[in-house]
Design a protein around this ligand. Structure first.
Ligand code: SF4
Ligand code: SF4
Length: 202
């Protein structure tokens, strides 16, 4: 098995894509006059699965830039996260455990946080290749703010995720090249991506 590492070019591309997401998110949040300031919740305990090797490798690029003692603390939390989340899943519960990268309410690897961390919050949509539109109402606090009502079309500001998802797929294709055909599908929590180490393929 060989470790998948990002070229400088791909590393820059994913970083730029993340920045674009962040800018777009901030723009929509500004239009809605929405922010996470003083929110009593912390979305870093949401259970998310991630699906690309390219984000996995970039996450590890970030981990390797951290001091050893920080990484040691993260890995201790990873172990706890995995043990506890497995127990919750067996009980049929959706885990609501704090992300192992979160220390005292803050992300210790903010620059390398994953795509979903940059998209969650404001209302959003994306168009599937068959043109069907999928909508996301935003977090519960934003839903309150925009007075979101199920079964009533939302016409306010929202993030269009279509191009972001497309760019991420392009990055994944460029990253894996011909290895993509036989690469197992990624469906991992961030904690699992850390426990497994950086991505490897034959
Ligand atoms: S995204 Fe929403 S729920 Fe999450 S911290 Fe921000 S305001 Fe709170
Ligand atoms: S990666 Fe950072 S921002 Fe994302 S859930 Fe973990 S601590 Fe929160």
């Amino acid at each position: 098995m060989k470790e998948l590492t990002l070229s400088r070019e791909l590393s820059n591309r994913i970083s730029e894509l993340y920045e674009d997401m962040e800018e777009n998110y901030d723009q929509v949040a500004k239009e809605l006059n929405f922010s996470c300031h003083e929110c009593k919740d912390n979305c870093c305990d949401s259970y998310f699965l991630h699906h690309t090797y390219v984000e996995w490798a970039y996450l590890w690029e970030g981990i390797r830039s951290l001091p050893d003692k920080v990484v040691t603390r993260i890995m201790e939390r990873v172990e706890t996260y995995i043990t506890e989340s497995e127990k919750m899943l067996v009980r049929g519960e959706r885990p609501n455990l704090m992300c192992p990268l979160n220390e005292n309410g803050l992300c210790v690897l903010y620059s390398h946080r994953l795509m979903i961390c940059r998209l969650h919050g404001v209302p959003a949509s994306f168009k599937r290749p068959d043109d069907h539109k999928i909508s996301f109402p935003g977090c519960f606090r934003c839903q309150d703010l925009v007075k979101f009502q199920k079964d009533t079309p939302y016409n306010g500001s929202e993030m269009d995720r279509t191009n972001f998802f497309r760019s991420m797929v392009e990055l994944e294709v460029d990253f894996l090249g011909s290895r993509r055909i036989n690469a197992p599908k990624v469906k991992l929590t961030l904690a699992q991506m850390l426990a497994l180490g950086p991505p490897h393929l034959p």
